[in-house]
Design a protein around this ligand. Structure first.
Ligand SMILES: Nc1nc2c(ncn2[C@@H]2O[C@H](COP(=O)(O)OP(=O)(O)O)[C@@H](O)[C@H]2O)c(=O)[nH]1
Ligand SMILES: [Mg+2]
Length: 431
């Protein structure tokens, strides 16, 4: 049985990167650069990372924020660290048949230019080209402490330790380590070791700056370390920089206009391509005249979770919300299987869904379609999501960025028998 964990609270124009690497910078101060001890060039170093295989798309987006924060910490003092974007693929939920879903670059889903304006990043293939081949100097497999929290006392710490779980890397005949490496079979690592870590992402900074001196370091099981400061200014800068790729936003916008009569001008959801200038006042955005719904099913119902409604319960809530907010349109994003989907269509015939053709799916993949669903939900007048779904959480954030009244965003379905149905927390953007 796969563990589908959700430890949310618990992580390209290269901005400044090309300059710092030599030419421009040295050129500017050539007169004293060569001999002056104070003009020591910063070495370029690469931070790679990967996440526990069963984790889904939206928790991985959260881990990116933790790693971006670590890179910012590393860059503050010492070398010219660059974050290498782990290619997407082999995700548990991405099961559309006959579609090749591995080695997908970040640029297919996100605006690299926007990511770059937050922290220097490169795609994995660019890393291979720049660093001279598919080699990673050192892999650190992060893990918890075998002994747990000693004396029930929480403290931040990091230590090299024997591997707790079976190592997912093995030595080849030449002595290199082979592993998954995002489906890049030719990639090899020179060294692998396990590291017990307990605390926020930046506790790794001293280790990476002092104990390890090689150029490229990969943190595997990067979700082990927590956010440096969840929902703080730095968290939000990174989150705001995760602008969806323009082609996906355009598809979502065209769908909104055609099927839901929703436009940015009419709904006050204007978007600035430059996220650093996007600062919408809360309550400003009105959204299209539809109810946005994220109804998470599959593994969320298999365990008979008490906080997830039956289909019937969900439809009752949807109808109640449509009446209350005087909305006659409803957009539904869901991962329901075919059987549930048929039931849902019967109970809620007016529901609008984004249904990709096979060609759409081949082109944009399950990840792109998920983003389009999120984008459309993010523009609804009122949104309701599913309890502790990171897919729903990312929609909350997107609506916060667009400037919706929090009352229209932080809502979730309750289980049919759920007594105390606590609603999601409002995380306000810190600019
Ligand atoms: N297109 C689409 N995919 C969904 C939807 N809900 C779930 N999924 C898929 O299922 C995955 C859910 O995993 P994850 O992103 O980890 O979110 P979580 O498990 O809900 O916290 C998503 O990444 C999608 O691939 C939905 O409403 N629309
Ligand atoms: Mg998940």
């Amino acid at each position: 049985m796969v563990r589908l964990g959700h430890d949310e609270a618990g992580g390209m124009v290269r901005l400044g990167h090309d300059e710092a690497r030599g030419m421009v910078r040295l050129g500017a101060c050539a007169s004293h650069a060569v001999n002056s001890p104070t003009a020591k060039a910063r070495d370029i170093r690469y931070l790679l990372y990967d996440v526990n295989p069963p984790e889904g798309f939206n928790l991985r987006r959260d881990v990116y924020i933790r790693m971006a924060s670590l890179v910012k910490t590393l860059r503050r003092d010492g070398d010219d660290w660059v974050l290498v974007l782990p290619p997407w693929g082999r995700l548990y939920h991405w099961q559309s048949p006959d579609i090749h879903q591995v080695r997908i670059p970040w640029g297919d889903f996100f605006s690299l230019h926007s990511l770059q304006a937050n922290v220097p990043v490169v795609e994995y293939e660019a890393f291979i080209a720049e660093s001279g081949g598919p080699f990673i100097d050192q892999v650190l497999v992060l893990q918890n402490y075998a002994e747990g929290w000693t004396d029930g006392k929480w403290e931040e710490k990091v230590d090299q330790r024997p591997c707790v779980d079976k190592l997912m890397y093995s030595k080849d005949k030449q002595g290199y380590y082979r592993g998954w490496f995002w489906g890049y079979e030719e990639t090899r690592a020179h060294k692998v070791m396990c590291m017990s870590a307990q605390g926020h992402a930046s506790i790794l900074a001293p280790v990476l700056q002092r104990n390890i001196t090689v150029t490229s370091v990969m943190l595997d099981r990067a979700e082990t370390v927590l956010h440096d400061h969840y929902a703080g200014k730095d968290y939000w800068s990174t989150r705001r920089s995760m602008v969806f790729a323009k082609h996906l936003r355009l598809i979502g916008d065209a769908f909104r206009a055609e099927r839901l009569s929703s436009t940015d001008a009419g709904d006050l959801t204007g978007y600035n391509e430059d996220w650093t200038r996007m600062k919408a006042e809360l309550g400003w955005a009105k959204g299209g005249t539809y109810l946005g719904v994220h109804l998470r099913r599959k593994d969320f119902i298999w365990g008979h979770r008490k906080d997830v409604p039956s289909l019937k319960g969900a439809v009752q809530k949807i109808r109640a919300l449509m009446t209350k907010h005087k909305l006659d349109q409803v957009f539904v994003a869901t991962d329901a299987d075919d059987e549930e989907l048929e039931d849902l269509k019967r109970m809620l015939p007016e529901m609008v869904r984004f249904e990709p053709t096979w060609e759409d799916l081949e082109l944009h993949k399950d990840g792109g379609v998920a983003i389009i669903d999120q984008w459309i939900c993010a523009h609804a007048r009122f949104f309701i999501g599913t309890s502790v779904s990171t897919f729903s959480f990312r929609i909350h954030e997107e609506r916060e960025i667009l400037g919706f009244d929090p009352k229209s965003t932080y809502n979730r379905f309750c289980g049919d028998e759920e007594k105390e149905c606590e609603q999601p927390t409002h995380w306000k953007i810190v600019y």
